[in-house]
Design a protein around this ligand. Structure first.
Ligand code: TYD
Ligand code: MG
Length: 451
C-alpha cells in the first residue's frame, strides 16, 4: 500500500486541512489561503488502559474558584477565575483588553503570584500602565517574551495562580514553521498553554485580537480549546465597555459586565440600567425606550429609527445594534401590515451608545420607532415599549416582564406598551400599562397619545 505523504495544506483563515492544494478553501470560502504544512503522519495505535465506568461512580471534584474582586468581571465569569481554566479575552484593538487584564492581574496579585506575559508592549510600557492603574505589586511578575517554549518554561519555574498572555497572535512556538499569528501557530501555542494551565492548575487569560470581519483570528481553532470566551465590546470614542461571554463551561453566558474607561483604567458600573438612554432625544420622532433583560439585570436601551426619502431608486437599509435579519423582517412587517410605503425610503436603525442585542422583546420598539419617524410622530412623555412582533402582526408575550417594569418604575417612567398576552393589571406600581394585541393597535394607540 502506498504510504500517505505527511504534506498537507491548511487554510490560514479557518484551519481546515486538505491533502491537495486548491485556490479556494471549501470550508470558509477564502481564496488563496491554503499553505503547506507538516502534520503528524501515521501514528501508532495506542490503547489506553482507561475503561468506562457508570456515571454514578464518577467522583465529583469541586472547582477551585478565585474571585477577582472586580464584580462586573466575576459576574460574567460566574463567580471568579477557575483554577486550570483557559479564558479567551477577545476584542478590537484599543478597546481595553490589556487594561482589564492588568487590573485583574493586580487584584489577584494582592494574595497570589501572577505572571503577565507581554508580547506587544515593552516592560517599561507595562510598568507605566501599572503605575497608572495602581497595579504595582511584589506578586505581579512580568516578562516581555514571544517564544512560547520560553513562556511555558517560565510558568513551570514560577508556578503562578494566574497567567496572562497578551496576546496569542504575537507568540510563536519553534516546533511550528509558520510565523506568529497564523492559524497553525495560534492553535499550537494555545493548545500548549492550555495543557500547561491544566497541569500546573493555574488560570489563564489569553488575549486575542479581532479581525476586521469581527471574529477572532483563528476563531474556530481557539473556540473549542478554551473553557471561557469573553468579548470586550464598545463603540470607538464611546466611554462604556461591555464584557460578554460567548462560551462558559462553568456558568451561564447571559450576564454582561459594564465598565467605563476612565483616566485610571476601567471602572465598574454596578447600576447601568439608564446608561443607554439619551434623555435629550426622548421626545424626538423615531426614538423608543425598551427595557432589555440581560442575565440578572435590566438595561434600558434607546432604539432610534430614521426614515427618509431615498436619493436613489431603491431605499437602503443601515441596521446597527439591532440584529440585521430581525430588523429587515420588522421593516417588511411594517410595510405589509400597516401599509407604510417603505421601499422608496432609506431606513437607518440604531441603538444608542453602541449597544448590541438580539432580544425579541425589542421588536415592538423597533417597529414603533420606524412608524414614529415615518409619520413624524414622537412619543411625548416618558413611555417605554415592550413586545415581540410576530409575522402576522401579533404582539407576543415577553419573559421576565416584572423585572423590566420594575426598572422602568425605578427610573420614573410613566407608562409602557406591553403585550396583552402577558397577564398584567392596568398598572404596575406607578407605571401605567398600555396593553396591546396587534401591531395596528399599538400604532393606533401611539397616534392617540399624540393627539
Ligand atoms: P488597551 O488596554 O491598550 O486596549 P487593547 O489592549 O484592547 O488594545 O486600552 C486602550 C485604550 O484605553 C487607550 O487608547 C487608552 C485608554 N486608556 C484610558 O483611557 N485610561 C487608562 O487608564 C488606560 C490604561 C487606557
Ligand atoms: Mg493590548
Amino acid at each position: 500500500m502506498a504510504k500517505t505523504s505527511a504534506i498537507r495544506y491548511s487554510c490560514s483563515n479557518c484551519g481546515a486541512v486538505y491533502f491537495r492544494w486548491a485556490g479556494q478553501c471549501s470550508e470558509c470560502g477564502e481564496w488563496n489561503s491554503l499553505c503547506e504544512g507538516e502534520f503528524a503522519g501515521d501514528h501508532k495505535k495506542k490503547h489506553s488502559n482507561n475503561s468506562a465506568i457508570p456515571i454514578s461512580e464518577v467522583t465529583l471534584k469541586e472547582d477551585v474558584i478565585l474571585p477577582t474582586g472586580i464584580d462586573e468581571f466575576d459576574r460574567v465569569l460566574g463567580r471568579g477565575l477557575v483554577l486550570g481554566a483557559a479564558i479567551l479575552l477577545g476584542g478590537e484593538p484599543g478597546i481595553g483588553k490589556s487594561t482589564i487584564a492588568l487590573q485583574v492581574a493586580a487584584q489577584i496579585a494582592r494574595t497570589h503570584r501572577v505572571l503577565y506575559v507581554t508580547g506587544e508592549e515593552s516592560l517599561s510600557q507595562v510598568r507605566l500602565r501599572s503605575d497608572r492603574l495602581d497595579a504595582v505589586s511584589e506578586n505581579l511578575y512580568v516578562i516581555a517574551e514571544t517564544d512560547m517554549e520560553s513562556i511555558l518554561a517560565v510558568i513551570d519555574r514560577l508556578l503562578p495562580v494566574l497567567v496572562i498572555l497578551d496576546s496569542i497572535q504575537v507568540v510563536s512556538h519553534p516546533a511550528i514553521p509558520s510565523v506568529s499569528g497564523t492559524v497553525n501557530q495560534v492553535r499550537y501555542c494555545a493548545s500548549e498553554l492550555v495543557k500547561k494551565l491544566k497541569m500546573v492548575g493555574c488560570a489563564g487569560i489569553i488575549v486575542g485580537h479581532i479581525t476586521k470581519d469581527g471574529s477572532l483570528a483563528g476563531p474556530k481553532v481557539l473556540e473549542h480549546l478554551v473553557d471561557v470566551i469573553l468579548y470586550f465590546e464598545g463603540e470607538n470614542g464611546f466611554q462604556y465597555r461591555l464584557l460578554r461571554s460567548f462560551k462558559n463551561r462553568y456558568s451561564s453566558t447571559n450576564e454582561i459586565g459594564v465598565f467605563s474607561m476612565e483616566e485610571k483604567g476601567l471602572q465598574e458600573i454596578a447600576n447601568p440600567s439608564g446608561l443607554f438612554v439619551d434623555q435629550t432625544t426622548l421626545n424626538n420622532p423615531g426614538s423608543m425606550v425598551v427595557p432589555v433583560a440581560e442575565g440578572s439585570r435590566v438595561f434600558l436601551v434607546e432604539v432610534q429609527a430614521l426614515v427618509v426619502e431615498t436619493g436613489y431608486g431603491m431605499g437602503r437599509r443601515t441596521i446597527l445594534g439591532v440584529d440585521p435579519n430581525r430588523g429587515n423582517l420588522l421593516i417588511a412587517a411594517v410595510e405589509k401590515i400597516v401599509g407604510l410605503k417603505l421601499s422608496s425610503k432609506d431606513i437607518i436603525l440604531n441603538i444608542v451608545g453602541g449597544y448590541k442585542t438580539a432580544e425579541p422583546a425589542l421588536d415592538l420598539g423597533v417597529v414603533m420607532a420606524i412608524f414614529s419617524s415615518g409619520h413624524d410622530l414622537p412619543i411625548k412623555r416618558r413611555i417605554a415599549v415592550l413586545g415581540e412582533v410576530g409575522l402576522t402582526g401579533e404582539i407576543r408575550s415577553v419573559p421576565q416582564i416584572d423585572r423590566r417594569l420594575g426598572e422602568l418604575e425605578k427610573l420614573g417612567f410613566e407608562a409602557c406598551f406591553v403585550p396583552k398576552r402577558n397577564p398584567l393589571d392596568e398598572t404596575f406600581g406607578k407605571v401605567k400599562l398600555i396593553r396591546v394585541e396587534s401591531l395596528q393597535e399599538s400604532l393606533r394607540r401611539l397616534s392617540e397619545i399624540n393627539s
